[in-house]
Design a protein around this ligand. Structure first.
Ligand code: ADP
Length: 519
């Protein structure tokens, strides 16, 4: 139902537009083909008439028509010379004489020798006898052509009679028997039959065949477009059922391996990513409120103690000291969250500079010697003399700081923590290894998540326990440096974090982040 309302009018629908384009293309194709064929038909029919006229012309020249000079009358006469008892010859001459004209070179119609008839048929008179000037010009042209060795020059003249019927005239010259004078001979044939055939074809094609084919073609197009778009509609309906609250739904693919399946798969992957982000956001809000609630409850408790039960100054002081500690933790969480949010939203820009990583590591290891001694843990460093890298010093220090403090935190007395820097041609490897309690394989994929603490490390957060944000930072810093992080851990034996950063001068996208990045 909703889907229908989403359509912006029928004519904007894909089905309509597909059908309309198809119908338009089909119409143009049909008209093009029909017009081409009509032209072909017209030419073929006209050629037929020309062939007939040529045949008649050959008959005339071949001997049916002779032109004599009569010395008594002192005139030229036409003499139709054929066997009047022969049916074929009579028919041929009869056909020729239907539309014909014979004049002298000046356009004067000559007479028949036997009958004395003017040598112009009524059919020809209806077309209008050619103007003397035209006749003179054509005769001259034909005579010139025959003098230049090209006899048989013919003229094709289209004409119309008083009813508008088209005629084709073939004109040329014929010499008298003594080859003294050229005479103008014109034979004609009606194109009425041609026009009738063409007219029938035109009406049948343009009024009958094309509109009917177009209607049938459009109906077929409408049906096919509808069939092609049905899966699209199904996909849209399935997509409509997906909302923020049921992102676990997926659109089923049709397993046809076509573009639509590809679209559906892409869409499903997008929903998967959305679901993961939604889930992370939900988890994050839950974690944040949980993390903030604990110190706030504690502060409230301390203040209540101060207000209702404390009597001596020392008791007040203690309650306030505890409250202050909780406030410290609160602001620590807020600061860390703010920093992480800035980092992940791209507001925290790395200030990279070329520096010797060994020096940085050495300084930090030195700083950690006192807490290590206090914890009874042996802290050592295996560093080469020089190890150049293009990194953000503050962030790299924060990264090593987090890894070292974790290592010390989770390594019992008598254990060992070692930091090693291994320079390779295109990257620098920093390894922080401890002999601590290790991380069980099922927890490993989550240690980079925000607020994640391995269960069993104590559910009630204490200041020394950490916020569960340290490794989220480590992951972001490694990612921001286009590096890669790997963790190996055996419960009860120890943990090894290995970070690879691109060496100074190496393209920044040569390495990628492995393991679980911060959400
Ligand atoms: P926290 O700030 O609480 O240490 P982290 O994000 O740094 O949080 O670490 C997440 C969890 O991973 C820790 O709570 C801890 O359980 C586990 N972890 C991190 N480093 C080590 C380590 N070196 N040895 C054992 N467990 C570790």
């Amino acid at each position: 139902m909703r889907l229908r309302r989403d359509y912006r009018g029928f004519t904007r629908g894909l089905r309509f537009r597909l059908t309309a384009s198809y119908a338009l293309f089909f119409a143009l194709l049909l008209i093009g083909v029909a017009t081409g064929f009509r032209q072909y038909l017209k030419t073929t029919l006209e050629n037929q008439v020309r062939d007939d006229l040529n045949d008649e012309w050959v008959s005339v020249k071949g001997g049916y028509l002779r032109i004599h000079y009569d010395y008594t009358a002192r005139k030229f006469f036409a003499d139709w010379y054929y066997d009047e008892t022969d049916k074929d010859e009579t028919t041929i001459v009869g056909d020729i004489q239907k539309v014909f004209l014979i004049t002298d070179g000046d356009g004067n119609v000559i007479l028949d020798q036997k009958t004395g008839d003017r040598q112009v048929s009524t059919g020809y008179e209806d077309l209008g006898i050619d103007k003397p000037a035209d006749i003179r010009a054509r005769v001259r042209e034909a005579v010139d052509a025959s003098r230049q060795g090209a006899p048989g020059k013919s003229f094709w003249i289209p004409r119309r009679d008083s009813d508008g019927t088209r005629y084709m005239i073939r004109a040329g010259i014929q010499w008298d028997q003594n080859h003294q004078q050229p005479f103008y001979v014109a034979l004609g044939e009606s194109l009425a039959d041609n026009d009738k055939v063409l007219g029938k074809y035109t009406v049948m094609t343009y009024v009958g065949v094309i509109p009917i084919s177009l209607i049938l073609g459009s109906l077929l197009g409408w049906f096919l477009a509808g069939r092609a778009l049905t899966p699209v509609r199904d996909v849209a309906q399935a997509a409509q059922r997906i909302s923020g609250s049921n992102l676990s739904l997926r659109i089923p693919t049709r397993q046809s391996g076509d573009e639509l399946d590809y679209l559906v798969r892409t869409f499903n992957r997008m929903i998967e990513r959305l679901e993961a982000s939604f889930q992370q956001m939900k988890q994050f809000s839950a974690d944040v409120s949980h993390e903030l609630r604990t110190p706030i409850t504690a502060i409230r408790g301390q203040l209540e103690v101060a207000l209702f039960t404390a009597k001596t100054t020392d008791q007040y002081r203690e309650a306030m000291f505890n409250a202050l500690q909780d406030i410290d933790r609160l602001s620590q969480i807020v600061r860390a969250l703010l920093l992480l949010a800035q980092a992940e939203s791209g507001q925290l820009v790395l200030q990279k500079s070329r520096l010797n990583l060994c020096e940085v590591v050495e300084d930090l290891v030195e700083q950690f010697q006192i807490p290590a001694e206090e914890a009874g843990v042996r802290l050592t460093a295996g560093l080469p003399a020089d190890c150049p890298a293009e990194v953000d010093r503050v962030q790299i220090e924060r990264m090593i700081n987090n890894l070292l403090s974790n290592a010390l935190k989770f390594t019992p007395k008598g254990g060992r923590v070692q930091v090693v820097v291994n320079p390779a041609p295109d990257c620098v490897e920093i390894v922080v290894e401890d002999t601590g309690r290790g991380i069980a394989p099922e927890y490993l994929p989550h240690i980079f998540d925000r607020f994640y603490r391995v269960p069993g490390s104590g559910t009630a957060p204490t200041p020394e326990q950490g916020l569960g944000l340290g490794l989220s930072f480590v992951a972001w810093i490694v990612r921001a440096h286009n590096g890669k992080i790997e963790v190996d851990s055996t419960p009860g034996k120890g943990t090894r974090f290995a970070i690879k950063l691109p060496a100074a001068g190496v393209g920044s996208d040569t390495l990628e982040l492995a393991g679980q990045p911060a959400a």
